[in-house]
Design a protein around this ligand. Structure first.
Ligand SMILES: CC(C)(COP(=O)(O)OP(=O)(O)OC[C@H]1O[C@@H](n2cnc3c(N)ncnc32)[C@H](O)[C@@H]1OP(=O)(O)O)[C@@H](O)C(=O)NCCC(=O)NCCS
Length: 203
């Protein structure tokens, strides 16, 4: 029997104190601790939420934080995580919706994030669209021949936008369906090629 069926209501609201932000960070760490993207942005996100706790949405079950979702107040969604034993009850969706509402209130017209592979289906269910982003890790000394291989091979005939981000090339595929086989084939072209679904939603 789910918590809802037992009449137990888990509250979704903004963090209200530094202590709640720190407790939510522990939950985010416990779920996302091994994720490189989380480790890269964790300190910055923590600082932001300590300065403006309401940017961090939390799910509270009888005083215990069981899930959290951050946003940057502009158009980005940060960590979204629900403790394993509390998944499948709509908490992830409610947390995400609160994060989206904060962004909307602040004037954003889209919400976006780079998704873990395992969460892409969750974001699709929550109304997001997916675009495939191809990046090149620092171990790729010269990405240009790899890009040429990709464009002549796996990506031939597809519409690809090339952009530069902080001096690093990126390829964006202009098709919105999720294709795990394509992702695998792109990453197989060379070590250090990383293809990730980036999700966005009009608010
Ligand atoms: C992703 C996550 C936050 C989802 O939380 P949740 O509370 O279980 O999600 P919900 O119950 O609100 O699910 C909302 C919808 O998404 C679907 N969904 C959730 N997780 C899914 C998954 N892994 N695969 C497919 N569908 C999924 C649900 O079935 C539900 O669909 P519905 O519209 O038919 O009801 C949770 O699984 C989690 O913390 N995962 C690990 C961390 C993570 O990957 N975070 C995302 C970082 S980018």
């Amino acid at each position: 029997m789910s918590d809802r069926e037992r009449g137990r209501v888990i509250e979704i609201r903004g963090a209200a104190s530094a202590a709640e932000v720190e407790a939510a960070m522990v939950v985010l760490d416990s779920v996302l601790g091994n994720v490189r993207g989380w480790q890269l942005s964790r300190a910055q996100q923590r600082e932001l939420y300590l300065a403006t706790p309401t940017l961090l949405s939390i799910a509270v079950d009888d005083g215990r934080i069981v899930g959290a979702a951050g946003c940057d107040g502009a158009s980005g969604i940060g960590g979204v995580a629900v403790l394993d034993e509390c998944r499948g009850q709509g908490l992830g969706r409610q947390l995400l919706e609160r994060a989206e509402a904060i962004l909307r209130e602040r004037g954003a017209d889209t919400a976006g994030l780079g998704s873990l592979d395992g969460a892409v289906a969750f974001y699709l269910r929550c109304g997001y669209e997916a675009k495939l982003l191809v990046q090149f890790a620092p171990e790729v000394d010269d990405p240009e021949p790899v890009i040429a291989d990709l464009l002549a091979g796996v990506l031939a005939g597809r519409i690809v936008d090339r952009r530069d981000w902080q001096g690093h090339p990126q390829l964006w595929l202009r098709e919105s369906s999720v294709d795990w086989e394509l992702k695998r084939r792109i990453e197989d072209v060379a070590g250090g090629v990383v293809a990730q679904y980036v999700m966005d939603k009009r608010l």
